[in-house]
Design a protein around this ligand. Structure first.
Ligand code: ADQ
Length: 476
């Protein structure tokens, strides 16, 4: 089985969030299931810099306003097709935003071009390689199945579309139809029209053979008006062609015994060095409450306004907090201000991969208070490192953390704490619960052991993707 994956970011080359981790981890995970996956990514400067020995395999004289070629090469063990289109991607700044923080003015064309090339490769093949399935991620790949149909490739190639973040809809004005090479007949509520505009996300949902999101609970939530953000009808309409497949993590890269960023450990007891190092790095007092950590984009989705309300409960009980994140300027300011007033709180605004490992290894608990969460990865890192997750009971958080309670305690399986999403009072209760657990070292150590042996790898989910591909491939 051959699969072309198309994604706007792929770890470790270029990453703004969890999409990159998943796009970067799937090829190796799927190789073990007999799937050969190659990945098409935009030729950002960081991607070009990471490429080993690439060669041009396709060219296009005018791809959405300029010349382009596809380079085939490898980087960090990934088999990559890189869309080398300088007029679209070779720019300073981030994948989606200019250095001033504003979205690139031409994002609709940039990712239409990526999707167009994905459909072209899938339809015609490239250098003798032709995929059985085109797997597109998020709105940036959403137009690929439309183009696949337009170019005639849908007869021979199946399509899968994965939703990692429904909050980004890939919206463009209806007057862009011709510029985006979209067929007029698709501009209707059953196609890619969404509230009088074009939506690349809606296109991905409507035109793909199968659609999935990244956890079973979130798949159910997305079919309701509360979570569906207007796409609930389209998703419910897919019926059994829409499902949830839980994310895994790369358990070699996130391995407490071999993590180059921390003093390694393989048992809960061994965590103490990493914990002490974290306390010293951030100049925290040696208190006797739980050391809580956050590694996240600081956005409305992630519920950090709730944490600001609830955190006094944690601090009053001797707990501490270290936050690593960036995003909403209001939240960045509020956390920095909290740290300046409080010696039990430390904040680092920014994106820092090595530091994220130090937090996850050294913390006692990791906080994920999201309002909604398709899957979430940091609670999985926490489980692997014996850093107990305190999570809102929503989406993939609900699917991955076994909450401490009478039954789970008796069965010896609890791995963390869940609380009602969007509710600061419930988070305060969760902090009290956490501090009670922390004061009981035997129980705490038992939960850490449970957490560290909880399966968080890709094995089961890679098999589920392989099964999805087999269902949509035209000649399996
Ligand atoms: N300041 C910082 N420094 C270093 N690392 C940082 C960081 N801020 C975030 N990260 C890292 O970025 C990734 C974030 O992934 P998440 O899954 O937690 O959320 P995200 O909302 O980006 O992903 C979306 O897609 C993923 C993948 O499907 C879903 O799990 C998720 O629910 C969905 O919202 C993690 O690897 C985390 O460690």
């Amino acid at each position: 089985m051959k699969v072309l994956s198309v994604a706007s970011e792929v770890a470790p080359l270029i990453k703004t969030g969890g999409l990159a981790d998943v796009a970067g981890a799937l090829p190796a995970a799927l190789a073990e299931k007999g799937v050969e996956m190659r990945t098409l990514v935009p030729g950002y400067p960081a991607v070009h810099a990471a490429l080993d020995g690439s060669k041009p395999v396709l060219s296009d004289g005018n791809l959405f306003g300029g010349p382009a070629q596809i380079l085939h090469g490898t980087a960090h063990g990934l088999d990559l097709y890189v869309l080398d289109a300088a007029h679209l991607f070779y720019r300073d700044g981030g994948p989606y935003a200019a250095p001033d923080g504003f979205d690139w003015w031409d994002n609709a064309e940039r990712f239409a071009a990526l999707s167009w090339m994905a459909a072209t490769i899938a339809t015609d093949g490239i250098g003798g390689w032709k995929p059985d399935v085109l797997h597109a991620h998020d709105w940036q790949g959403g137009l690929a199945p439309v183009y696949l149909q337009r170019l005639g490739g849908a007869h021979t190639v199946g399509s899968v579309f994965t939703i990692h973040n429904i909050a980004f809809t890939g919206s463009a004005g209806a007057d862009m139809m011709a510029r985006l090479r979209l067929p007029m007949e698709g501009y209707n509520p059953g196609g890619f029209e969404f509230h009088g505009r074009i939506s690349a996300l809606k296109a991905g949902i409507a035109y793909s053979d199968k659609v999935n999101t990244v956890s079973p609970t979130y798949a159910e939530e997305l079919k309701t008006p509360e979570f569906g953000m207007g796409f609930d009808g389209a998703l419910a309409h897919k019926g059994s062609d829409f499902c949830g497949i839980l994310n895994g993590i790369d358990t070699d890269y996130w391995n407490p015994a071999k993590d180059p960023h921390v003093a390694g450990f393989s048992t809960p007891r061994g965590k103490s060095k990493a914990r002490t190092a974290l306390i010293e790095e951030f100049g925290l007092p040696y208190d006797n409450g739980p050391l809580c950590v956050v590694v996240s984009r600081l956005t409305e989705q992630k519920g950090f306004d709730l944490l600001l309300h609830a955190v006094p409960t944690l601090l009053e009980r001797g707990g501490q907090l270290v936050v690593l994140g960036s995003g909403d300027p209001g939240l960045e300011h509020a956390f920095s201000e909290l740290a300046s007033r409080n010696s039990q709180v430390a904040v680092h605004i920014g994106y820092n991969e090595p530091m994220s490992h130090r937090l996850i290894a050294g913390g006692d608990a990791i906080l994920v208070p999201s309002r909604f969460e398709p899957c979430g990865l940091t609670q999985l890192y926490g489980l692997r490192y014996g850093t107990l997750p305190v999570v809102a009971s929503t989406g993939g958080l609900a699917d991955t953390v076994i909450p401490d309670g009478v039954a789970t305690r008796m069965a010896g399986v609890a791995t963390g704490i869940q609380f009602a999403p969007g509710n600061a009072e419930a988070l305060k209760d969760a902090f009290n619960h956490l501090c009670d657990l922390y004061a009981n070292p035997d129980l705490w150590a038992q939960m850490q052991r449970n957490a560290m042996k909880h399966p968080v790898g890709w094995d089961v989910s890679a098999a589920a993707y392989a099964e999805l591909y087999a269902q949509v491939a035209r000649n399996p």
